[in-house]
Design a binder for this molecule. Structure first.
Ligand SMILES: [Zn+2]
Length: 390
């Protein structure tokens, strides 16, 4: 008897908590908004909405603005979230650097710290201690108690079990089966979620950058590594093991170049940085990729040929993806587009020949807009969403 009463009480608490989260989400995503609009959207009574808004205001998460609703009828006070009510941390771990950003509740990046750190040269424990310490230092510096932080989100290259919080395999970091989320939670006391960097990156571009407003988006990353991610109808497409989009090892020529994976003709052997360097060094002893771009800009035929061939292969890849998924936006990100933005014009030229005619005007190819901050912002958004809804 007392057991069933207990269960009913628990159920009521869960419903209450759910309703509160729902109201908070509506305010956060549609702000500024009036109480009556919230009531319409959530299909909750005006009394319930009024009570919940009161609770959220008391907790410092929501505030009344000086704005009132427009249109006929009684003027209603508009509500907004309190930017300092909650915070999230977004972390971007790459080969030679870690960026840690702090976002407020309005999802504005308040500050970001960039650490020069090569994970391959340290143990995973050292890297985790460094990150956790930096997060706690950042919060202390800004006088933000950990209780105000909704969560930490981390994006990193590799095969990531995002539900279990484990980096299963990352050749970029040299990690295998590292329970990253749990370790960061242990050291900071803050809920932590992790995901593959390109999945987080496309989320950042979708919410804040180049793909805002497009819910059928592909992101192709070209640089030291090759990969992609996909948003279909507003959701990240993951595939069976969260590895959908591993373009680098897509076979484009079974008789082609030998790849580090042991197969022939993988896409990355045609367009990644080391492929371009290998080609360039057959002609000139260049040190780094910037020298190739300089030679292209100086119109040296051998350099122009290398980039033109890479652009052709990227255009072919775009055609293949467009034929499969029919996206409205293709975002190009990574070192190639960041250091050699002219590549977009070359792609335009090749796409006009290579892309199947019915698709030719159905999508736009654009560069990533968030310049190295998309993973941090996306990771923060991931944390806010995952942690508050689970
Ligand atoms: Zn391969």
């Amino acid at each position: 008897m007392s057991d069933s009463k207990h269960t009913v009480k628990q159920d009521q608490d869960v419903i209450k908590q759910h309703n509160k989260q729902l109201v908070l989400d509506v305010i956060r995503t549609r702000r500024p908004i009036s109480r009556s609009e919230i009531s319409k959207i959530t299909e909750m009574s005006a009394t319930s909405v009024g009570r919940i808004v009161g609770e959220l205001a008391e907790e410092g998460l929501v505030r009344e603005t000086s704005l009132t609703s427009t249109g006929v009828g009684r003027k209603a006070v508009m509500l907004d979230i309190e930017p300092g009510g909650r915070y999230t941390i977004g972390i971007d771990i790459q080969k030679k650097r870690i960026v840690i950003g702090l976002m407020d509740f309005s999802e504005q990046l308040i500050t970001a710290k960039e650490l020069k750190h090569t994970s391959l040269e340290s143990s995973s424990e050292e890297t985790i201690v460094l990150m956790a310490g930096t997060v706690l230092g950042l919060l202390e510096e800004r006088k933000i108690p950990a209780s105000k932080v909704a969560g930490i989100g981390i994006g990193t290259p590799g095969v990531i079990d995002y539900e279990g919080g484990v980096v299963q395999f990352s050749s970029t970091l040299g990690w295998r089966e590292v329970p990253l989320a749990g370790k960061i939670e242990e050291s900071t006391g803050i809920r932590t979620v992790i995901d593959n960097d390109l999945k987080v990156k496309i989320l950042g571009e979708y919410l804040f950058g180049a793909a805002k407003g497009s819910d059928k988006t592909v992101l192709i990353n070209v640089g030291t590594g090759i990969g992609s991610s996909l948003i279909i109808n507003g959701d990240i497409f993951r595939g069976g093991s969260n590895s959908a989009g591993e373009l680098g090892h897509m076979t484009i020529n079974p008789h082609g170049n030998l790849c580090e994976c042991g197969k022939r003709g993988c896409l990355q052997t045609y367009i990644d940085e080391s492929a371009l360097l290998t080609e360039a060094r057959k002609v000139r002893g260049i040190g780094e990729i910037g020298e190739l771009f300089a030679a292209v800009r100086a119109n040296e035929p051998w350099a122009v040929e290398i980039i033109d061939r890479a652009a052709l292969h990227i255009a072919v890849t775009i055609n293949n993806i467009v034929c499969l998924y029919n996206p409205d936006t293709v975002i190009l990100s990574g070192d190639l587009v960041e250091e050699f933005g002219e590549i977009l014009e070359w792609l335009d030229r090749h796409c006009s020949v290579v892309v199947w005619e019915p698709f030719r005007d159905s999508f736009q190819v654009i560069a990533s807009q968030l310049h190295g901050r998309s993973i941090v912002l996306g990771a923060g958004a991931l944390a806010l969403h995952q942690v508050t809804h689970n």
